[in-house]
Write a protein that binds this ligand. Structure first.
Ligand SMILES: [Zn+2]
Length: 283
């Protein structure tokens, strides 16, 4: 079955037996790097799941109230999401940012346009370009529907487990929910770790670096940021690395892509897209 960029056929939360029958027909989508991906859940379902998880996190993790810090991170985030291509179905105002007051070096984005940045991240990403590379990367995971892809894989795995069970409906619901939490990459907070795959990291790096460059942030700083992340090891490696593995090959790829994205950065500057968020950055 041919699979076009915006063409997707998803059955939603299927009963497993129906899933078996439907698999041949489902789930074609093309990732930003042109690979076909199996997607079993609708954007509506994923967005609801993302929003629900985000609300839970806002209840559990302290929120940073410092106006200056919030204005700084919002400034960077706004400039990044402005450059999200419209074909992904997000308008700039669809994105919600929360700065969490937590020393973990961490950040994430969830389906439905939810972005979380931990104050600990600001100590590593210590200028607007580096912070933009983090936000761009996380936003790219959302645009490329990586949560949906991971969850679909989980659902396929469950199919084998559940198919032999008599109590089909009950089992599917609880297991699917568990898989959903894992697939969203919120594992560390809940004692579950499920890193993004290297392929997903690579896609998020590529799309994220492109978006940051279009927003007028220096794509070379993405290389610096991930180098620093890799070096901030020791006894307490950055939380972000638990869900975003960063082998040296990733840093090499980011470095190689700089030449490709520098023209976009220069065009952005020439067009007057020169974010001046660093003036807001608390020292
Ligand atoms: Zn990632």
């Amino acid at each position: 079955m041919p699979c076009l960029m915006k063409q997707r056929c998803r059955p939603g939360w299927l009963a497993p037996l129906a899933l078996t029958a439907t698999l041949a027909l489902t789930g074609c989508a093309v990732s930003p790097t042109g690979e076909r991906t199996l997607l079993l859940n609708s954007p509506t379902q994923m967005n609801a799941l993302g929003s629900q998880s985000f609300e839970q996190m806002k209840q559990k993790i302290p929120i940073e109230n410092d106006t200056r810090i919030n204005r700084y991170v919002q400034c960077v985030s706004d400039a990044v999401v402005m450059q999200v291509p419209r074909e992904y179905g997000y308008a700039p105002q669809d994105w919600e940012l929360v700065v969490f007051k937590d020393d973990s070096v961490n950040a994430f984005a969830l389906p439905g346009g939810k972005i979380g940045v931990y104050t600990g991240m600001l100590k590593v990403a210590n200028n607007q370009h580096q912070l933009a590379s983090v936000v761009g990367h996380e936003v790219a995971h959302v645009l490329a529907q990586h949560s949906n892809a991971r969850m679909s894989q989980q659902q396929l795995t469950q199919l084998g487990i559940v198919a032999t069970s008599v109590a089909l409906a009950d089992r599917v619901d609880s297991r699917t929910q568990q898989a959903a939490i894992m697939a969203l990459g919120l594992g560390a907070q809940y004692g579950i770790l499920l890193p993004y795959s290297r392929k997903h990291e690579s896609e998020a790096d590529m799309l994220g670096q492109e978006i940051m460059a279009k927003a007028g942030f220096d794509p070379r700083e993405a290389v610096t940021l991930w180098q620093k992340m890799a070096q901030t090891g020791g006894a307490t490696p950055p939380e972000l690395l638990s869900t975003h593995p960063a082998p040296s090959t990733r840093i090499q790829q980011l470095d190689a892509q700089v030449q490709q994205y520098m023209p976009l950065y220069q065009q952005a500057l020439a067009a007057g897209r020169k974010p001046n968020c660093d003036r807001l950055r608390p020292r």
